[in-house]
Design a binder for this molecule. Sequence first.
Ligand SMILES: Cc1ncc(COP(=O)(O)O)c(C=O)c1O
Length: 372
Amino acid sequence: MNTRIRLSRSLLGEEELESVRTVLDSGYLTMGPRVTAFEAVIAQRVGTRYAVATSSATTALHLAMVALDIGPGDEVILPSFTFPATGHVVIQQGAVPVLADIDPCTLNLDAADLARKFTQRTRAVIAVHLFGNPADMEPILALTRPRGIPVVEDAACALGAHYQGVPCGSLGVLGCFSFHPRKIITTGEGGMITTNDPLLAERIQRLRQHGGDRVDGRFQFVEPGFNYRLSDIHAAIGIAQMQRLDAILEARTRFARSLSEGLSAVPGVQLPVVTPHGFHTFQTYCVILDAGISRDQVISAMNHANIETTIGTYALHGLGYMQARYGYQETDLPVSAMAGRQGLSLPIYPGLDEHDAARIVAALAEAVRGTT
Ligand SMILES: Cc1ncc(COP(=O)(O)O)c(C=O)c1O
């Protein structure tokens, strides 16, 4: 029997253990010098003046909304095809998530549909670099800049990605990263906000820390905030992980190439697209199955072949509570609906080799044949 190929696996070793040991030995476990050092490494890599660590990308995105003063009566435009957290943070602020459709090739925000979604109440746009593939930022910024609308990048999957040579996370007003174990690097749970704006950075630092700040030399509560801090234990893992970033990216892109080469001969499977202007991290390798193919049956057949797969991500306008609250219907955003139904994530992580790619390709070809 073949060994099981899991969907995802983090690359961790002695360096992470040693880094955490240093924190435990120090006796200082909450947010401290390791968080500051981790922030500096991320800011340098993303090329922003500031990086502010948070407990997750969800809390990073939430702080982005709060720091931009998004509130009741406001609208925030985002792609429908994304992880639900991208939309939840808008709802948590009492604002309306206005869902736009995606481009059928890149699966990222479709600028033409974005253009149709602006109203007098639009206060921000969240551009998602889905699966680590940079969103086409030029047309997006061409629409938002003249209107004075800030763009928040959901770069949860996109550490190391770049667009026209510019790192994702430095293209908008704020960038939000995730360090969940299925992401490019991990801290267990964790996130980061990147920005060049000193006022936003200062406010986000305060908001993640209960709204407290040093004023006249002593700690005072300035506004109601949150505890969205990262701990030094998590940051220690992150610092060690950053040493591996380039090797991780190299391994992911190499494995993605092997999958694409093999799968290009398999009918009924649309492959992920790498655009000429973008560097794709391949945090997820997501294919789109043709309409006649049952994704559930493919997942089950792959499982039978001892290969873990899962859906791509969600079409938010198809979720019951989004339909009940905002009146969305399944047919509103057809490309997102199709991707939500037919997207399939295949295993990808450093450590998988040519032999694993061949096994995945052969199993998918057979699964697709058996379900059409
Ligand atoms: C596009 C996107 N945004 C946000 C998140 C939330 O990240 P976290 O788990 O760090 O809160 C995810 C996680 O899967 C994601 O894929």
